[in-house]
Design a binder for this molecule. Structure first.
Ligand SMILES: NC(=O)C1=CN([C@@H]2O[C@H](COP(=O)(O)OP(=O)(O)OC[C@H]3O[C@@H](n4cnc5c(N)ncnc54)[C@H](OP(=O)(O)O)[C@@H]3O)[C@@H](O)[C@H]2O)[C@@H](O)CC1
Ligand SMILES: [K+]
Length: 508
């Protein structure tokens, strides 16, 4: 699914009207109907009590007025407070005219701010994608008044005052919504941690916007959902054997961190790899062989950390990093690996697929000259702190996305920036936000599991690099969601994610 800018969203609106021969109030009616459908599925009239609808001057306010009419017809009680302005949009005027007289309407003034109880349900239809500057004056005052009231707020399309696709000036007034009900496609602002408390829980309602326009729209931003990855995992042919799905090598573990190697290996095995060999420090031999009998095991001459790179010929993909530690000898192994992987090992001429995680990323961060040696399409899986070590501290979430895009294009690699809506940056500068996963996955070992999944999918001969990583990120999150449905978020441990990888991959 694509994510468009606010400007593209307006063009999409117009394209839909032209293509479907609609009058613009008809599209607004669709939006309002979709909003009311969501609203009534969430709040019964008795629970909602008297709803306050805050209404701005543009089409967002128009959506609000149309929704007010539909809600009243559905048995809800409400009052409307209008933000005074010189001009209102044509569709606003149409819907103002259509609003029955039985709905009380008042005009807001500096000395006439609407009364809001903490228990009140407020619908925010002040501003949407047409926001052209930060809120000031009376509009800002209304937003501050609303936020102070600590009422339950449902925003139409966007929390008012929030830019859909651009950074927010510090201290600008933005509605804090518990729910945001948007139309057509998700907005970039919804996916950034800095906006989480403003947007609340969000959903996108389908209002039949032009599929042709969306297909042709150019955007670096994408959202990976179930439809995106459906059918992407190649079927396992009847006459396949374990060689068909690749032989993966995992370099992981050090004294006290063998769990990372075990989890990563388990995830790799559960993600369809043909064969897995792990190269681990000597101290981990019993731990590893007992807990992962399906994997083969090579032990390093060092007991506590990895100091040797095995012969790479047998392998179709290599992952390095989980629980690795940052010993100079392990750095030397990373160095040798990058050098060896860059030389094509087989007749395809492609470099050996690599997945780099955890301490291997930290080693890259402290020896940045090595970044120049990353083979094309190497997969890096940093969390924000690890990413900062590879680049620089980000001023805000938008700046971090810029850094991410620049890094992936400069080093021609696939970077998986982990977090809520994990963002995959590609060598061509696309950013793909993932839809699956939950806060229960913010737990030790979760990243090691992801590395194992990606290792398996990169070893798969029929999956191109980008598709493999996008699918792996999605399946990892989905496995976390399936696990959390059983354990709850607090009770979730990384091993639960491993146990649900099979069902998650079966779904796609
Ligand atoms: N596209 C779609 O798919 C669909 C879109 N739909 C709906 O339309 C919404 C977008 O509507 P919209 O374009 O009329 O913009 P909206 O946010 O209502 O405000 C514009 C007005 O606010 C003003 N204004 C701006 N900033 C301001 C500020 N800081 N302080 C004060 N004033 C400010 C601005 O004035 P100006 O910038 O011209 O000075 C103008 O008067 C969208 O969010 C969705 O709800 C659905 O109906 C159908 C499907
Ligand atoms: K709004």
């Amino acid at each position: 699914m694509k994510i468009l800018t606010a400007a593209q969203t307006r063009q999409l609106d117009q394209a839909t009207l032209r293509e479907q021969h609609l009058l613009s109030p008809e599209l607004m009616e669709r939006a309002a109907t979709a909003f009311v459908k969501w609203f009534s599925s969430r709040f019964a009239p008795a629970e909602a009590g008297e709803i306050l609808l805050l209404c701005g001057p543009g089409n967002n306010g128009g959506d609000g007025l149309a929704a007010a009419r539909l809600l009243q017809r559905a048995g809800y009680r409400l009052r409307v407070a209008l933000l005074p302005t010189e001009k209102q949009s044509a569709d606003w005027q149409h819907n103002r005219h259509m609003l029955p007289n039985s709905v009380p309407v008042v005009e807001i003034g500096p000395a006439r701010l609407p009364k809001i109880d903490p228990s009140q349900l407020v619908i925010d239809a002040l501003f949407g994608t047409g926001l052209s500057r930060p809120l000031a004056g009376l509009a800002a005052k209304v937003v501050q008044h609303l936020n102070q009231a600590q009422a339950r707020v449902v925003a139409i399309d966007l929390p008012s005052g929030l830019f859909a696709d651009a950074p927010q000036p510090v201290d600008s007034a933005v509605v804090r919504a518990q729910h945001t009900v948007s139309f057509g496609l998700p907005k970039l602002a919804f996916l950034l941690p800095q906006n989480a408390e403003l947007v609340g829980e969000w959903q996108v309602m389908d209002i039949g916007l032009s599929a042709n326009f969306i297909a042709e729209a150019v955007t670096p931003w994408h959202y990976t959902d179930a439809a995106t990855v459906a059918g992407q995992l190649p079927p396992r042919p009847k006459f396949s054997h374990k060689g068909t799905f690749g032989h993966a090598l995992l370099l992981a573990g050090s004294r006290g961190k063998m769990g990372a190697a075990v989890l990563s290996a388990g995830a790799c095995l559960r993600s369809g790899v043909g064969l897995l060999t792990a190269h681990i420090p000597g101290c981990g031999y019993d731990i590893f062989q007992i807990s992962q009998p399906e994997a083969m095991c090579l032990t390093d001459k060092q007991a506590d950390f990895i100091s040797e790179l095995p012969e790479l010929k047998p392998y179709q993909a290599v992952a390095i990093g989980p629980g690795l530690g940052q010993q100079p000898a392990s750095l030397a192994v990373l160095r040798q690996l990058l050098k060896a992987a860059a030389k094509p090992l087989d007749k395809t001429g492609q470099p050996l697929p690599l997945v780099i995680d955890a301490d291997a990323l930290n080693l890259l961060g402290s020896h940045r000259a090595l970044l120049k040696q990353l083979p094309e399409n190497t997969v890096l899986t940093p969390h924000p702190k690890e990413f900062e070590r590879l680049t620089e501290p980000a001023r805000d979430d938008y700046h971090r996305l810029e850094l991410l895009r620049d890094f992936a294009t400069e080093h021609r690699c696939l970077v998986v920036l982990k977090g809520a809506y994990t963002c995959l940056a590609t060598p061509t500068g696309e950013l793909h936000f993932n839809s699956t996963g939950n806060a229960g996955m913010a737990t030790g070992g979760s990243g090691d599991v992801l590395t194992g999944v990606l290792l398996a999918l990169r070893a798969h001969a029929q999956l191109p690099a980008f598709e493999a990583v996008r699918l792996g990120v999605y399946a990892h999150g989905r496995a976390g969601d399936l696990a959390a449905a059983l354990t709850g978020m607090a009770g979730l441990v990384a091993g639960d994610i491993v146990r649900h990888l099979g069902p998650a991959l079966a779904e796609v």
